[in-house]
Write a protein that binds this ligand. Sequence first.
Ligand code: TNX
Length: 522
Amino acid sequence: MRARMLAVGLLLVATGVLPGAGRAQAGDPPRPVPPRDVVPAPVSVDASAGVTYALRPSTVIYADRGAAGVAEYLAALLRPSTGYPLPVRFAGDDRGGIALRLGGPAGLGGQGYRLDVSRPGIALRARTPAGLFAGVQTLRQLLPAKAARTTVQSGPWVVAGGHVLDRPRFAYRGAMLDVSRHFFTVAQVERYVDEMALYKINYLHLHLSDDQGWRIAISGWPRLTAVGGSTEVGGGPGGYYTQSQYRQIVAYAQRRYVTVVPEIDLPGHTNAALASYAALNCDGVAPPRYTGTDVGFSSLCVGKELTYRFIDDVIGQLAALTPGPYLHIGGDEARSTMPADYASFINRVQRIVAAHGKSVVGWHDVVNATPLPSTVAEFWDTETTNDAVAAAAARGTKLIMAPASRAYLDMKYTEGTPLGQDWAGLIEVRDAYGWDPGAYLSGVGESAVLGVEGPLWSETLVSTADIEYMAFPRLPALAELAWSSESTHSWPAFRLRLAAQAPLWTALDINYYRSPQIPWPA
Ligand code: TNX
């Protein structure tokens, strides 16, 4: 009986029916993670049956000089768990080691890579360091999950042989974190950056201001942080980043090939700024600070010149602190601003952003103004038809797809989810995965889509555990929509690959929602 069960089990594992087939039972020889388990799904995966590579105490990481940063990043990930020295060398013939080489066919593009795992060694090739970094994330998933731990583990460190060829579908793969409704520290943001990077997300959109909190120090406007930074939803202490802390986040993200997109939400969602400076209000009276969760009640005074001097200072300083090309100006739910005022306000702010050398991203409401050719609109509605957005797309406005009913990571999974909201619906893992960003909006084709983003609003979230519970496993699902070609889209296959990620999340101490839709390993 036992033998028969074992045989059936092996068959299920061999045919890939069981998730996490690479994880061994106690006492069995460890089986490597099958290359097909990678999330997001690569363009192509060819497993080499029976071939494996194993890290050894003598393993060397060979790299081109231009790949030094990625090589050191990989070494720093693997040294603590393996206990191996894993030196990075810029000379040598690659044999027996892990080689990170710049170059390869034009078809890899700027973010693609090729990973070859054979008995003598691992070869990773890409045309850019960003491509190598993406390949390293794939390699991390192919190593035993315990390689992600930060204390010494016992080997062996076996990687299944095979060839992975990969490049992204969309250039922009984003995650938004709302640090305004509840403040999160630099360390908490950095942890989220690490979690994003594992799934090849390359933009971190930071929602730095809202009614409930202003989170970035601006020279010349000290009350923004002293007053506007002192609140958060529910009455907690709030907080803010000094400019040097913000630079630290930017640099940390940059080392992970993640570009920060800072958002100052304008002209609505501005109670924290209005409470800080009475002069910013049309009536010259500062409103009380706000710690509730309503939206749409506040507006900057669009008729006052001081408003634009304020915005020019804020945008100018943020532009100087931000190496990435985009500044997000919000623009959503400006229900207290008349439509004509809204349009002229957004048009003027676009010119301010351009004068500081950046491109605007705005919530899709900004299509009601006159988007500059460089302006990107972030679609957040729950409908799949929006004539104004479709018309803007037809005129050339590029879109980031973050439809609230699919991509909002703050929506509850089910009615019983203890955190989150439900105004855009309940979003189980299958809902988060089951749409096509290139064909979601009526009349908007794939060529108008710059990418996909998962916004995580924080009205109900106070801790890293809360962030992770809402983001995992939906963020990897969105990452797959953003990275993987439409031809790989398959819920039956995805749920197995997603299940196989769980040991890695456990090793990384990531708190995740154990969705009943996913056959998690025991
Ligand atoms: C809508 S959709 C908002 C945010 C809220 C979020 C909560 C959009 C651009 N704005 O102000 O935090 O819903 O789900």
